[in-house]
Structure formats: structure tokens, C-alpha cells
Ligand binder design. Structure first.
Ligand code: HEC
Length: 701
């Protein structure tokens, strides 16, 4: 690509990979598995999410490389005994793969054969959990290994630690209260002898976000850091929150309790003993529903650094002031040592949902550089302090009379899917989701007065199209080097290896290896199932394996919500684990045969009633699990258009009486749903099924 002149520094560096990699071992926190002068160790581990605390999803291994990747093939695959898709980054230690899944499932499989050695599944009753707890139950983004234990979250606010050799439970701990609007879907992070965990409020605005640190040996709580102030009518926990409360404007607490959920990214820095917490946005996310004189609404949409041992606040950096788009900062935080002004500086690289990538000084939080890596229409750039220059025309709440397009979408240009990084070239690899979303203000809409068309980018408007990308963003030069393009927007997390490769699993079931320098596609195979998790790689007995879980299922918010962007009907298969090696000889698993959308047995229902039903479907949060257009992405959650409820009585038994809520099946009871609402839901599902059958409307399966 044009960016690279002949004999550019990057190309030279790539040729010298083994030497550079060896040099990097000195004084760096990279694990000892980095290749030494071309000779690889015989055995390595991938013990932490992202391979190391720095969360770079980088491996120094070179046995699989750009010269031989064409002969990379399947070593083995196994079906996994769970219905929901697996999206956590597989951890690998001493030849055993540890994979986390929904319902706090943990699986231990042999790296060389795939054989299941043991499994653990949480069977606790969670029927008292709030919607957020139910939702957390259906998704899980992985686990942590610490002190001989595998640690996972349960969805309904608990953490469970099991012995990594036997799968027997060692301790269990409660973090949030899942009867309130709290749930957990994240992988716990570990460091400094502690386990760090945040929570999600499902953008409700009814709860106060926080992060807990638990003793890794016992599960006992050591500290709690609140991400937003408490009730201003009472004494705040400390002067820090007196300061924070002043940034929320007049009468804010009557409108919102803030949320500020740290629902995913947190990164522990072993050198500085700091924990970098990414905080979600304020809720409700339409600013006209919050205080009109609000300032920075701290610490929402910020990166906050706290002392890992005590939880004491150190610094914060605000990324999206006056957020109206749900641009959480709780996705994608890594640590990298970068050359800045002739010196090596320890930096925090943050890639939140808002379309910008930032480099911050790790010690002070001071902005070093940053830029947009994708098209966006809410800001024209960053100022010298890293504050966005917001465009008034992008602020939909100022133009209630017209339809606006949000880009990035409220689900973000980058979600929780893993970033990767190459320490030699300083390229940050970003799985980018381009999903232009139409937002209209409608006071009648129950979802915060907003009507949103998330699939607008597939409606045929040539100006606004949806697609997916891998973007290589140079963290030193502060600019994009290359980008790939694929039809579906929501694909898997990334892995970079010193073999000069970037791996990504795709919504359509392919796994692809790109040239890390140019983005050229070098290799791909069809795995038979949608992929969201990031692959991991290790060497065992001298053989390098690339391990990836499949099965999008219900396992990820954006996955269930945006089923048509995160899967194809063919890639909605059972969850599986796959391993690739050079010269692998296993037979590939198959894609699914697509379930036809049959002619509904019930005739079309009243259109006005169905329109009401759509609003109820979205405002009650049915959409969070059953997906846009009621077509779920697989796993435990049924598609309500492929098999619509047979009659109103059945719908009422399931939804109002909770007929399916008790056996761990995970369909919450909605006691307060009125009979009239149930009728309109029935009309909505019936008509949606008819539309799908007759392929009416845009982007039908
Ligand atoms: C937290 C996720 C979640 C939410 C929110 C949710 N559901 Fe469900 N729903 C499920 C799951 C899981 C099942 C399957 C349960 C089982 O198989 O035991 C299900 C099953 C159903 C079924 C039965 C389908 C069949 O084929 O038997 C209907 C109807 C349904 N849901 C409607 C709704 C409606 C209406 C709402 C909103 C008021 C809603 N759901 C909200 C997860 C959810």
C-alpha cells in the first residue's frame, strides 16, 4: 500500500522479527514465549485474556508465518456441550484449554486432541434476577486463571472459582445485587493478587456503577470503586464524589442514577500497579433526558486509573462529553511501550465505541495523541487535549424534527471484541463495525423517546452502508495504515503473531489470516460456525496451534441484538472449539441447513396493533435477547419469526406467567405486562413472521 515506501522501516522490522522479538524480552513484561533468534520454545502458555496483562492479543511465535500459512489446516474440532455460543478468548496452560461460556460454564480440553477433560456449570436458581441478571446469564466473555483456579462470572452478579485441575468449586463471591438492574457478562481481570470485576445496568439509568476487587485466593472483597457519585441529598463517599457530583448539573439524580457501567474493559498494569477502568456512558443516553446544565458527568465515558491494591483514584481521561450515543469507554484498553519524542513511554491505548483511538500517558493520563480511524459524523476531530470537537448537526436531540444518522452506531464502531497489537510495528488492529443507524425522536416511543433503525445501513441508501473492517492504526504516527472490508459488520476479535499475521474469525464462519503489514488476505477456511471470540495461539511439544471457539449464539449483546450482522442463518451452529496447525488433516465441521421461514399458521393481524407491539418488544427489552425483527442469532434463545407463538394463550403463559423462567432456560417472567400489551406483541410476532416469509422489508434472511 502507498503508505510504505520501498525498504520502509516497517518492512525491515518484519524481516528481523525473531531478533526484535528477542530484544523485546529484555525489560519488557512480555511472557517468555517470545521467539528467540528464530528458535521457538517447545511449550508456551496463553494464561491471561489477551495473552498478558497488557491485553495486546499478541504472540511472539513464528512457526506459523506468512510464508507457510497457506498450509495451515484443521488439527481437530469438538462440539461443546452447551447451547449458547462461546466468545471468550480461550486461555491455555500446560497443554489444557480453558474456555468460559454462558451460565458460568467452564470447559477444560486437551490442546493436542480436543478431548474434554472436565467441565463446570453453575446451576444456581437465578429466577429472582433482574432483566440484567437474566441477560448476563446468556452471555459470557471468558474467564481468568489465578493461583491454580479458573475464575468466572455467573451473570447474576456472582463470581465462582474452581480448581483448574479438577473443576471443583473453591470459592464463590457476590459482587453486585442482581435483583436490582445489575448483571455481569465480562471476563474477570486478575493482577496484584486480586480479581477485578465491574457490572452492567442495561442502559437503564437506575443503578450506580462500580468495580469490585476481590482477594483472588478467597473471593473476599478488598475494595470497591464507584464510577459515578451517589445520591446528592446524602453525604458522598469521599471528596472525589463531591467533585464528580458537581459535573452532573441540576436535579440530575431525579432523572438518572448515572449507571457508568464498567461492563467490560479493565486492564491491570503490573509495572505501575494501576488498574485502568473503562467506564460506560450515562443513561438514559439521550442528553435531553438528563440535566441540561451537565458538565462531564464523571466518570462516565472515561478511562479511570486507580491504585490496584487500594482502589484509590489516580487520574481520569474523559473521552465523550455530553454523550448522546452510548459511546462507552469500557471496550478495548491495552498497554504499550511506545517511542514518544525520542523516549520510550508507557502508554494506555484506548479504542472506545466513539470512533477515535487514543494514546495516553499511563502514569498521568495525559493525552499524547489520537485520531479517528473510521468515518464518524458526531465530531470533526480531537483538540490538543484530546477533547472531541463536537458537530452540532450530529446531535440528534437538537433536531427533534428530523431523522438523524448516528455514525458510529450506539453499539460502537468498536465493541468488546479484542483488539490486537504488534509491538514491532506499533500497529493497533481494530475490528471495526460500520453500522449507520437512523435515530428519530418520537415522544411516543417508549425507549427513551427514540426510534432507532439499526439496520439502516442495509436499507439501500448508497450514502450510508454497513460493513465490517479490520483497521491497522499506527499508534506512533497516529494514522491508519490499511483496512480490510467485509459485508457483515460484526465479526470476531483479533490475534497478532510475530509470524507477520493477523487472525480474525468472521460472522459468516470463516477464519482469515491477513498479512499484518498490508492487510492482504493470505489464508481462510470455513469453520462452520459464526465467530466472535479472539483466537489464541501456543506451542505444545514443538507444534504451534491456533485455537478458536465458534457459535455466536446468544453469547454477546451485539450478537443477539444484531443477528443479521453477526451471523448468517447458515453460521448459527452449535458451539465448537477448533484447533489449526500446519498440515492439519481433520475434516471440517458443516454449516447449518437453514430453517425455512414457513407460512405462519395464524393470519396477519391488525397493523396498528402490531406497530404498538414492536414498541413494547423494544421497550421491555425483549429485543436485547430475541434480536431485531425478532430473529435471534441462535443458541438458547428462539427466533420468534421462524417459530412464532402458536396462539395468544401460549404467549401469555410464557411471558406473563413465566412458564419458561424456572428451569434455567432463561426466559424472564414479565408479570407487569398487561393483556392488551400481550395482544399487541402477538400481532407484532405474527406480522413480522409473515413479512419474513414473504421477504418484505429490507435485508431479510
Ligand atoms: C434475558 C433474555 C430474554 C429476554 C429479555 C426475553 N426472552 Fe423470551 N426467551 C428467552 C429464552 C432463553 C427463551 C427460551 C427458553 C427455553 O427454551 O426454556 C425464550 C422464549 C420465549 C418464547 C417462547 C418461544 C417458544 O418457541 O416456545 C416467547 C414467546 C418469548 N420468549 C417472548 C418474549 C417476549 C415477548 C419478551 C419481552 C417481553 C422476551 N421474550 C424477553 C430469553 C429472553
Amino acid at each position: 500500500m502507498g503508505f510504505f515506501g520501498a525498504g520502509s522501516i516497517l518492512q525491515q522490522m518484519q524481516r528481523m522479527v525473531p531478533v526484535i522479538a528477542a530484544a523485546l524480552c529484555v525489560g519488557s513484561a512480555l511472557p517468555a514465549q517470545v521467539a528467540q533468534a528464530g528458535r521457538e520454545p517447545r511449550n508456551t502458555n496463553w494464561e491471561m485474556l489477551g495473552n498478558a496483562s497488557e491485553m495486546q492479543h499478541h504472540s511472539g511465535l513464528t512457526a506459523i508465518n506468512r510464508d507457510n500459512v497457506a498450509t495451515l489446516d484443521l488439527a481437530w474440532w469438538v462440539p461443546m456441550p452447551i447451547v449458547d455460543g462461546l466468545v471468550g478468548n480461550p486461555l491455555i496452560k500446560d497443554g489444557i484449554i480453558y474456555q468460559g461460556g454462558p451460565s458460568a460454564a467452564i470447559f477444560a480440553n486437551d490442546v493436542k486432541t480436543g478431548k474434554l477433560l472436565w467441565s463446570y456449570e453453575d446451576t444456581a436458581d437465578f429466577s429472582k434476577a433482574s432483566l440484567s441478571g437474566y441477560w448476563g446469564r446468556r452471555m459470557n466473555r471468558g474467564l481468568a486463571l489465578s493461583g491454580g483456579m479458573a475464575i468466572i462470572t455467573t451473570g447474576d452478579c456472582r463470581l465462582v472459582a474452581v480448581n483448574e485441575k479438577t473443576g471443583k468449586k473453591v470459592w464463590e463471591a457476590q459482587s453486585c445485587d442482581s435483583t436490582q438492574m445489575y448483571g455481569i457478562s465480562a471476563a474477570p481481570r486478575v493482577g496484584a493478587g486480586l480479581v477485578f470485576i465491574g457490572n452492567a445496568c442495561m442502559d437503564s439509568g437506575t443503578t450506580r456503577g462500580f468495580v469490585d476487587a476481590l482477594d483472588a485466593k478467597t473471593g473476599k472483597r478488598r475494595w470497591r470503586f464507584y464510577t459515578v457519585p451517589g445520591d446528592p441529598a446524602e453525604k458522598q463517599d469521599s471528596p472525589l464524589y463531591d467533585m464528580a457530583a458537581k459535573t452532573w448539573g441540576t436535579g440530575w439524580y431525579e432523572k438518572s442514577h448515572g449507571c457508568g457501567s464498567a461492563w467490560d474493559a479493565m486492564t491491570y498494569d503490573p509495572q505501575l500497579n494501576l488498574l485502568y477502568i473503562g467506564v460506560g456512558g450515562p443513561s438514559p443516553f439521550d442528553p435531553s433526558k438528563r440535566a441540561s446544565d451537565a458538565g462531564d458527568e464523571l466518570f462516565t465515558n472515561s478511562i479511570v486509573a486507580v491504585d490496584a491494591t487500594t482502589g484509590e483514584y489516580k487520574w481520569h481521561f474523559k473521552e465523550t462529553p455530553h454523550d448522546g450515543w452510548n459511546y462507552d469507554a469500557t471496550v478495548g484498553i491495552m498497554i504499550a511501550d511506545l517511542p514518544v519524542g525520542g523516549q520510550t513511554r508507557r502508554t494506555v491505548i484506548s479504542v472506545p465505541k466513539n470512533g477515535f483511538a487514543y494514546v495516553l500517558d499511563a502514569k498521568t493520563g495525559k493525552f499524547i495523541s489520537g485520531s479517528a480511524y473510521t468515518d464518524l459524523n458526531w465530531a470533526s476531530g480531537l483538540d490538543a487535549d484530546g477533547r472531541p470537537i463536537i458537530k452540532p448537526e450530529g446531535q440528534y436531540w437538537l433536531h427533534p424534527e428530523k431523522a438523524n444518522i448516528a455514525l458510529p452506531a450506539p453499539s460502537g464502531s468498536h465493541g468488546w471484541e479484542a483488539l490486537a497489537y504488534d509491538p514491532a510495528s506499533h500497529l493497533v488492529y481494530i475490528p471495526n463495525m460500520v453500522m449507520p443507524t437512523k435515530i428519530e425522536t418520537d415522544p411516543k416511543a417508549l425507549v427513551g423517546g427514540l426510534l432507532m433503525d439499526f439496520y439502516y445501513g442495509s436499507s439501500g441508501d448508497p450514502k450510508w452502508q454497513s460493513y465490517g473492517e479490520v483497521v491497522a492504526w499506527d499508534a506512533v504516527a497516529n494514522k491508519v495504515r490499511w483496512r480490510t472490508r467485509t459485508d457483515l459488520a460484526i465479526n470476531g476479535g483479533l490475534l497478532h503473531t510475530s509470524g507477520g499475521l493477523v487472525f480474525q474469525g468472521m460472522a459468516d464462519g470463516r477464519i482469515v489470516a491477513f498479512d499484518a503489514l498490508t492487510g492482504k488476505e493470505l489464508w481462510s477456511r470455513q469453520t462452520g460456525g459464526a465467530i466472535r471470540g479472539a483466537p489464541s495461539t501456543v506451542i505444545v511439544d514443538g507444534v504451534q496451534y491456533v485455537i478458536v471457539p465458534t457459535g455466536n449464539g446468544t453469547a454477546a449483546a451485539t450478537g443477539s441484538y444484531f443477528s443479521k450482522y453477526s451471523t448468517t442463518p447458515q453460521s448459527r451452529t452449535e458451539p465448537r472449539l477448533l484447533a489449526f496447525r500446519i498440515g492439519g488433516k481433520a475434516k471440517y465441521p458443516q454449516l447449518a441447513t437453514v430453517e425455512p421461514i414457513n407460512r405462519p399458521e395464524v393470519p396477519r393481524q391488525d397493523v396498528a396493533l402490531a406497530t404498538k407491539g414492536k414498541i413494547i418488544y423494544e421497550s421491555y427489552g425483549c429485543v436485547d435477547c430475541h434480536g431485531m425483527n425478532a430473529d435471534a442469532s441462535g443458541g438458547r434463545i428462539p427466533s420468534l419469526i421462524r417459530r412464532p407463538p402458536a396462539d395468544l394463550a401460549y404467549l401469555k403463559a410464557v411471558v406473563q406467567d413465566g412458564a419458561l423462567s424456572k428451569d434455567g432456560g432463561g426466559m424472564p417472567q414479565f408479570k407487569d405486562l398487561t393483556d392488551a400489551e400481550a395482544e399487541s406483541l402477538f400481532a407484532y410476532f405474527t406480522n413480522e413472521a409473515w413479512d419474513a416469509h414473504e421477504k418484505k422489508g429490507a435485508f431479510r434472511p
